[in-house]
Design a protein around this ligand. Sequence first.
Ligand code: ZN
Length: 423
Amino acid sequence: MLEQIISNVRVMGHHPLKDVGVADGKVVFVENSGAAKEWTANAVVNGEGGVLLPGLVEPHIHLEKAYLLTRMEKEAESLQDAIRMTADMKKIFTRSDMRERSLQVIKEAVRNGVTHMRCHAEVDPILGLSAIESALELKQSVRHLLDLQVVAFPQEGIFKSPGTAELMEEAIHLGCDVVGGITYQDPDLNEHLKFVFELAGKYNKPLDFHADFSDKPEDLAIVQIAKRTMQYGLQGRVSAGHVTSLGSLARVEAEAAAELLSEAGIHIITLPATDLYINGRGDEEKPRRGLTPVKLLQEKGVNVAIGMNNVQNPFTPFGKADPLETAWLLAVTAYLGGERDASRLLGMLTESASRVLALEGYGIREGAPADMVLFRERTERDVLLHKSETRTVWKRGVMVADTRIEREREIVHHMKDRGEDHR
Ligand SMILES: [Zn+2]
């Protein structure tokens, strides 16, 4: 007996329509529609020709500093201003405050189809390990909704903020999944890189950097990161967010850097909402766009994923925890407007991001965990164009969100309020 069949769906946009069977939290078959009639299921969800994707993967987000707009007296004027403003606000973060805002992001993200997430929790003398502990607690308590990876992230620098080195190691002891690094906070880049690579090596953890977040072509810490990745034999286990300075390099130099990143198996995470908002503003005329060169990187074989980074704070006073919104923004600003580009973008939210998180058995195929999101649009391009409002989300085979049902409830409620419900 099957738990569910999701019928008449386009799996990753392909024809013909498929039926997907789910039992014990796993996909047990993907067959042409109607071909699996001998099965009986507890529930059948008719996908009506809509696109079924594996659960969306959010590879780079900050939970404990989300939703700060009402606490800000002004908007940030630069990256360093955003860091300073947030450091000030962090002084009065409490555990329940961090938990509440983090949970709000997670719930929104799940409604939007996210089934896996990697968050960067801050480690510094201001917060100590409280943000780490909050994230690790959430990792357990939201397991039924999504799988959360926690990065120990030294936002204030490791050597610039004495005490952080020790806290980083404690954070890994507490159970963080990933060692975080940041290339633009400590005065000595090599000292910083040496520390985080050695910590990752000591505890056999992957690394995830905030790197080269500027428009300055001379900021090329990513080259050092790639070289060290090969020295330490960590190919495929190192990621970097932002890396926007590559977008300001001359083409031939950017190509050489991209080839090196490809060779070192570095995953790049573009964070368009933050990058577009913060970068370029130092240019008094002809402002640069400030994105990493997505197409060039992909042409050279680099795995590129898309992240939200922040939700409503000084770094990014926008966002509603929706990966489709971020992908749409990248489509507009990175000239990715074609039909194939829509598939490429959805691939970056799913398959590419799953490689960043090193997820095993990811995808819609027999034996894989039944983590899926169903859109009612018939094509991937429409999913992106409409930033689809109707999404049904499954985590390990359990339906955890169905915005179509919510919308119907809202409409009925609205009609009742207006006395239009004559049933
Ligand atoms: Zn970030």
